[in-house]
Design a protein around this ligand. Structure first.
Ligand code: MGD
Ligand code: MGD
Ligand code: SF4
Ligand code: MO
Length: 717
């Protein structure tokens, strides 16, 4: 199924009325990566049409439909900005001045304080090519260990749990279309009705075919409203719930003993660990009724094909890795992973949340999902980069720890940010903002003047998705093409060009290319024989096959694609990625969130997303059609709680935590439990949810606890 890069509507015969459909690309935002046709018209505006692509299908949500508004809007940056002295405002500058200033600043800091004194912060929205080149830039041109990225805030707990269970982690190790075919789906902490609306068609298909959907979410979301069974745990108690479900599976004789014996290790310790998770005890911890626990287990165990899926609601906790392990244990005991049509998967979030974690912008990684502390991996990548292996730095620290160390004694004094807006999205954002303000040099590459860019010494206006080529890896692990539909405005440059120019100024005239296709060729070699092997993937092959699933070793690239897609649509069918081919159970125990409600801060706060806004909102808050529908921050408050505080719908309320305060409009709804508030995190300033969130991290993944804080609620007079 060759994917045409330029499309024409079918059905025309004369050849004279062929209508140009435009350029075939994908939405800039989430990991579903819906297909799009982009067509610039005579007035310079770009029209969008949905494009039917394998996996995500032919739908678009409101964000996709309006994504092109930012291409032509006056709200984007079209010239570099430089702060020409402390206390001075950002002023327009030429590229030479801006880049020279960055290079000089880096050299000065590194001369005085060492190479690690300059850090890099990347993003899961960057193309594979950019993520790869950014990681190489940090290790080779800067020689710093200090690089990490916002994926640490996103799916790192699921990745850590997937690695320890299966030996390799790919968000969904099966094609998305398996969701529609599953007879039972358990969604833990996911709200795709708002976060991936076109995905919901798979859930609708699944239920229309008689399947059951179990949603685990403290809130009655639009997704939960579609569920056969909605389990509403107290925030932060999913681990106890998952252990409890496994306890019931054991007690009811529903464990797939043959699968467990043949395909796994470590079950006895887990059986023992869940022995004390009696249904009544689990109800006391989680609030989920005993009968619902039984029903969930039966629905899952009796389905011929069943999926267990987690997302941020289950993962963004100080016990997030263990929580995902508890759900994976349940899936393994029921014999799901590595079986056609069944399995465990994590719904990744960002456009390239998958590829972004595979090619070296994570503190402990080299391209191809290699470990930076593995001598063999270092030697391989150093050969591709043409540098001595011992010149490569070791592992750096995680995103939140990196931000916390900025400008402190011994910490980095300079930071380059590509593709993130941590002033809004980092936990304990008041502290994050202070740290960023304390730097000697802050450089931000961004298409817009985000809250983080506002603090920068140098802002570099980068090209947007529709103005560049590259590859993205969607939530299924399918590598797809982003294609350039129109030129960037004059004065705007691509991230690859910026990285290449900076490298040249830092004494690396070779080894960096601004051409995506050239970077991808190098990425193929760097990833070859690694866990995330892209060596068999090429732009041409993606065009031919409509995307290629990694791993795709070069040696296998000639083989015909199967019905589900090219590369490896389904992983683990024959063996898991541990040396003995067996999956690992990991015994885990419930522990409370880092911060539980008490007399001074009596309420749970949980945070998340709404349909109209994307992440820190830097992009979507600049799109009038979206802000017209969702204009500002709000808090969901249960009617009983609101009544106790004398709060009416639309009143201004203040939330107070140990870190800070946030103000927003009250939205009164029984969708939240009486002791739990929900606030979206898409706004900065006074309405910034992350001013409330704490510093607790998961000990394995270093994922922050975005989903549980203790707060008190006040009515603003
Ligand atoms: N509209 C929109 N879509 C997006 C994004 C966006 O910003 N806006 N971002 C993209 C990205 S990067 C990501 S990571 C995904 C995230 O996608 P999701 O994980 O679906 O989104 P969230 O809203 O963060 O969290 C999902 C749900 O977790 C619930 N939750 C909170 N606490 C708990 C808990 O303790 N246990 C359980 N089981 N559930 C809990 C919340 O009530 C919420 O409904 O979305 C992607 N898509
Ligand atoms: N309280 C709370 N906080 C959260 C979460 C939560 O659920 N609750 N979720 C967390 C999660 S899952 C995530 S993923 C993070 C995301 O939070 P952020 O990392 O802040 O993500 P974005 O808002 O997408 O920031 C991307 C920035 O890069 C710019 N940008 C977009 N594309 C490009 C590009 O190609 N190149 C360059 N140079 N710039 C680009 C955008 O304009 C924007 O300013 O937030 C986390 N923070
Ligand atoms: S669901 Fe995600 S990829 Fe699809 S249009 Fe919406 S934001 Fe874009
Ligand atoms: Mo995310």
């Amino acid at each position: 199924m060759r994917e045409t890069t330029r499309g024409t509507t079918s059905g025309t015969t004369s050849g004279t009325t062929l209508m140009d459909q435009g350029t075939a690309t994908h939405c800039p935002y989430c990991a579903l990566q819906c297909g799009m046709w982009l067509r610039p018209d005579a007035s310079g505006r770009v029209t969008v049409a949905p494009r039917d692509v394998p996996g995500s299908g032919g739908g678009l949500c409101r964000k996709g439909w309006t994504a092109t508004d930012l291409l032509t809007s006056g709200r984007r940056l079209t010239t570099p900005l430089v702060r020409r002295g402390p206390g001075r405002p950002l002023e327009e500058a030429g590229w030479e001045e801006a880049l020279d200033r960055v290079a000089a600043g880096i050299e000065e800091i590194q001369r005085a304080s060492g190479r690690d004194a300059v850090a890099v912060f990347g993003g899961g929205g960057l193309t594979n090519e950019k993520a790869y080149l950014l990681g190489k830039f940090a290790r080779v041109a800067l020689g710093t260990a200090n690089i990490d990225y916002n994926g640490r805030f996103c799916m790192s707990s699921a990745a850590a749990a997937g690695l320890r269970a299966f030996g390799l982690d790919r968000g969904l190790p099966f094609p998305l279309t398996d969701v529609g075919r599953a007879r039972a789906v358990l969604l833990a902490g996911a709200n795709p009705a708002e976060t991936m609306p076109p995905f919901v068609r798979h859930l609708d298909a699944q239920r229309a075919a008689g399947g059951s959907l179990i949603v685990v979410d403290p809130r009655r979301t639009a997704t939960a409203a579609r569920a056969t069974l909605h389990l509403r745990p107290v925030p932060g108690t999913d681990l106890a719930l998952a252990n409890g479900l496994l306890h019931i599976a054991v007690a009811e004789g529903l464990v797939d003993e043959r699968y467990v014996a043949e395909r796994t290790r470590g079950f006895p310790a887990v059986r023992e660990a869940v022995a004390t998770y009696w249904p009544e005890h689990v109800e006391r911890i989680t609030g989920v009724p005993v009968t619902d626990q039984y029903r969930a287990v039966r629905l899952l165990a009796e389905a011929p094909r069943a999926l267990v899926l987690t997302a941020r609601g289950a993962e963004q906790h100080s016990n997030g890795t263990d929580t995902v392990s508890a759900f994976v244990n349940l899936a393994l005991a029921l014999g799901l992973p590595g079986r056609e049509g069944s399995g465990y998967g994590c719904l990744t979030g960002q456009g390239n949340g998958q590829g972004g974690r595979e090619h070296g912008q994570k503190a402990d990684q080299l391209p191809g999902y290699r470990r930076i502390d593995d001598p063999g991996a270092r030697a391989h990548v150093a050969r591709v980069w043409d540098v001595p292996a011992d010149s490569l730095p070791g592992p750096g620290v995680s995103a939140h720890e990196l931000i916390g160390s900025l400008g402190t004694p011994g910490g980095p004094r300079g930071l380059l940010v590509f593709g993130s807006n941590p002033v809004v999205s980092a936990p304990n954002a008041n502290l994050a903002e202070r740290r960023l303000r304390g730097l000697d040099l802050l450089v931000v590459s961004d298409p817009v003047l985000s809250e983080t860019a506002e603090l920068a010494d140098v802002v570099l206006p980068s090209a947007q998705w529709a103005e560049e080529d590259g590859t993205m890896t969607n939530l299924e692990g399918r590598v797809i093409r982003r294609r350039r539909a129109l030129p960037a405005p004059p004065g705007v440059r691509t991230d690859l060009w910026i990285i290449t120019e900076l490298s040249r100024r830092l004494g690396r005239p070779t080894g960096f290319s601004a051409e995506p296709a050239e970077v991808f060729e190098e990425l193929r070699r760097a990833s070859a024989d690694g866990p995330a092997d892209y060596s068999g993937i090429s732009y041409e092959r993606i065009d031919d096959e409509g995307g290629v699933f990694w791993p795709s070793p070069a040696a296998a690239a000639g083989q015909d694609a199967c019905d589900d897609g090219a590369g490896t649509p389904r992983m683990f069918l024959d063996a898991f990625a541990h040396p003995d081919g067996k999956a690992r159970f990991v015994a885990v125990q419930h522990r409370p969130a880092a911060e539980e409600p008490d007399a001074r801060y009596p309420l749970h706060l949980t945070t998340g997303r709404i349909m109209q806004h994307y992440q820190s909102g830097a992009q979507t808050r600049r799109i009038p059609a979206l802000t017209a529908e969702a204009s500002g921050p709000y808090v969901e408050i249960h009617p009983d709680l609101a009544a106790r505080h004398g709060i009416a719908a639309g009143d201004r309320v203040r939330l107070v935590s140990r870190r800070g305060t946030a103000e927003a409009d009250a939205r009164i709804t029984a969708a939240v439990p009486p002791d739990t508030l929900f606030m979206p995190f898409h706004w900065g300033g006074a309405g910034r949810a992350n001013s409330l969130v704490g510093d607790a991290l998961d000990p394995v993944s270093r994922m922050p606890e975005f989903k549980v804080s203790a707060v008190r609620l006040e009515r603003v007079a």
